[in-house]
Design a protein around this ligand. Structure first.
Ligand code: GDP
Length: 231
């Protein structure tokens, strides 16, 4: 249940300002026209995203929204729009990648794909990046009302195979019928409730004894023969 939604500001460049945030953050990514504003409007039951995202100058920025004082939604700029020139196209990547690498509050990414289309080169580039940083990712397949239910099931599987994901990592969604909205909200809540994947345990957390034993073990390991000793 969404009680409040507040636009807390944009981030325009990798090194630029972004709103400070202590709350868990989830980012939404997808190519232009995939249906991201429509999905976000349905998710939070407000028209705020369409308004902010359609403001001239805002479309190339990451827009941050605080929801219910419990989490922050980062609306990433839509990428790969056909009418955008090649140079302009390349701008989305550094901003999005820089943000995803640096945001300490980030818990996960919701990646949107149009259920009717095979993932584009940019979609695949985005997926490779998400896999590289190992951020928990959910895939929402948009505009399912445009296909028959049987075709949707087939496309879900085909896209899962193409992305090497499980079918249940895909959430079929329609902003037209609102189908999939509750599944998406539940998946989003589980991302928010998880601890950050970045907080991997380090050797500093080892008990002193274990740390010493480990160091001794390393020293006791057989050394590689120096080059030249091999007959
Ligand atoms: P964005 O650029 O990713 O924010 O995409 P929009 O949300 O603005 O949607 C792009 C177009 O697709 C608009 O014309 C929407 O009305 C349409 N659209 C978005 N979601 C759906 C959907 O679930 N079903 C149908 N039939 N059309 C949709």
């Amino acid at each position: 249940m969404i009680k409040s939604l507040e636009f807390i500001g944009p981030m325009a460049t990798v090194e630029g300002w972004r709103p400070t945030n202590e709350l868990p953050e989830v980012a939404f990514a997808g190519r232009s026209n995939v249906g991201k504003s429509s999905l976000l409007n349905r998710l939070v039951r407000r028209k705020a995203f369409a308004r902010v995202s359609n403001t001239p100058g805002r479309t190339r920025e990451i827009n941050f929204f605080k929801v219910n004082d419990t989490f922050v939604l980062a609306d990433l700029p839509g990428y790969g729009y056909a009418k955008v020139s090649k140079t302009r196209k390349a701008e989305w990547l550094p901003l999005i990648e820089g943000y995803l690498r640096a945001s300490a509050a980030l818990r996960g990414v919701v990646q949107l794909l149009d259920v009717r289309h095979h993932p584009s080169e940019e979609d695949l580039q985005m997926f490779d990046f998400l896999a590289e940083i190992e951020v928990p990712t959910i895939v929402a397949l948009t505009k399912i009302d445009k296909l028959k239910p049987r075709e949707v099931a087939k496309r879900v599987h085909e896209i899962a195979v193409a992305l090497r994901l499980e079918d249940d990592q895909m959430i079929p969604f329609s902003a037209e019928t609102n189908q999939g909205r509750d599944d998406l909200a539940a998946a989003l809540m589980s991302l928010i409730e998880q601890p950050s994947w970045r907080a991997a345990p380090t050797t500093l957390e080892l008990e002193p004894d274990e740390a010493t034993a480990d160091a001794e073990h390393v020293e006791a390991a057989p050394l590689e023969a120096p080059p030249g000793d091999v007959a």
